[in-house]
Each structure stands twice: as structure tokens, then as C-alpha cells.
Design a protein around this ligand. Structure first.
Ligand code: SF4
Ligand code: SF4
Length: 185
């Protein structure tokens, strides 16, 4: 190779980058468009949630608090649903564990706060985030489903429906319908 060719090649490469438009984004004035399924945050959709607590059990950090009370029909009333983002590591295990995809990865990434305690989000704060997301994405969940195409039935019976309730000789819930009891006798 002729003497000095390496220098020429290097200069050409430098020139190429001088001509190319910059790929940097002047955040926060400019913001990149985030792909709809990017794992940017956690979104909890109350309308899909049964209160089964599988997400809370799957979370290695114990960030998720679910408090429920049994209803007459064996389903669960969700009294509290809270996520402590101060200790969340965004591993996504809760989203994988949820049988109803009520908690999904997605949403905004720019949620830095001045007050650390504000990283603790209760049900209301989570619902505001989730509804904002749905509004911005024409009712489409991060997993690609839409509210209309997939009518949600979240009042599903849980494990509590299959065991006898304390102080009663019966279980609550549809899984203990007379027909089924006969089938199992
Ligand atoms: S993303 Fe991981 S750490 Fe955060 S709430 Fe879910 S399971 Fe817990
Ligand atoms: S696992 Fe899903 S359905 Fe069950 S409590 Fe968590 S978010 Fe709700």
C-alpha cells in the first residue's frame, strides 16, 4: 500500500461524517418517537386486572402491593394496587407473570421526578398513566390488542372460588355451580 493511504482513508471517513446530518437528538426540545412496544415503563390497566396478585408474587423486589376483598360471586374487589418505582428494576417479570396482561411494559420513559417519594404510584396515578397511554394510542394496549377488538372479562373466578369459605360449607364463585359439583361427586 502506498505511503500515506491510511491517512487519506481516515480523512475521507471524517469528511463523510462532516457531510452526514447529525443523528443526535436535542433532548428535551426534541424527542424521539418511541416504538409502541418499547419496554420503557410499566402500565397497569385496571379494566384487565382481576386482583389475583400473581404480579406481586413474581416481583423479586416486592414493589407491587395488591389489596383485595372477596365479592359474593367469588371475584375480587381491588381495594389497592400500588407500584413502588423507587425500587423497581424494570425487569418485566411482573408483566410476564400476569395471566391477563393487565400489567404491560410500555409508556413514557421521561418520568424523572424531583421528589423521590413521587416514584411511589398508587392506583389513581397508575390509572392516569394507563388512560393517557390508551388515549395517545387510539385504545391500543402495548401488546397490540385493542379495547374494542378484545372485550375484556376480568371478573374471572380465582383460586378462592374453588375452596370452601371459612365459616361456610360452600365455596363462592361460578366454579362451584351445582352442575360442576355433580360432575365431581
Ligand atoms: S419490573 Fe420487575 S422489579 Fe419492577 S415491579 Fe415488575 S417485577 Fe418488580
Ligand atoms: S397478575 Fe395481573 S391480573 Fe393479577 S393482580 Fe397483577 S396485574 Fe392484576
Amino acid at each position: 500500500m502506498a505511503y500515506g493511504m491510511g491517512v487519506v482513508k481516515g480523512m475521507l471517513l471524517t469528511l463523510q461524517h462532516v457531510i452526514k446530518p447529525p443523528i443526535t437528538v436535542n433532548y428535551p426540545e426534541q424527542q424521539r418517537e418511541i416504538p409502541v412496544r418499547a419496554r420503557t415503563n410499566l402500565l397497569w390497566f385496571e379494566e384487565r386486572c382481576t386482583g389475583c396478585s400473581t404480579c406481586a408474587q413474581a416481583c423479586p423486589d416486592g414493589c407491587i402491593l395488591v389489596q383485595t376483598a372477596p365479592r359474593e360471586d367469588g371475584t375480587l374487589e381491588i381495594e389497592r394496587y400500588e407500584i413502588d418505582f423507587r425500587i423497581c428494576m424494570y425487569c418485566g417479570l411482573c408483566t410476564e407473570a400476569c395471566p391477563y396482561q393487565a400489567i404491560q411494559s410500555g409508556g413514557r420513559y421521561n418520568d424523572a421526578v424531583y421528589v423521590f417519594e413521587n416514584m411511589y404510584r398508587d392506583r389513581d396515578a397508575l390509572t392516569v398513566e394507563a388512560q393517557k397511554y390508551l388515549k395517545q394510542n387510539e385504545g391500543r394496549y402495548p401488546n397490540g390488542q385493542t379495547q374494542d377488538e378484545n372485550p375484556l372479562i376480568t371478573s374471572l373466578p380465582t383460586a378462592r372460588s374453588r375452596v370452601n369459605v371459612a365459616g361456610s360449607d360452600k365455596a363462592l364463585g361460578p366454579q362451584k355451580f351445582a352442575q360442576r359439583e355433580r360432575d365431581h361427586d
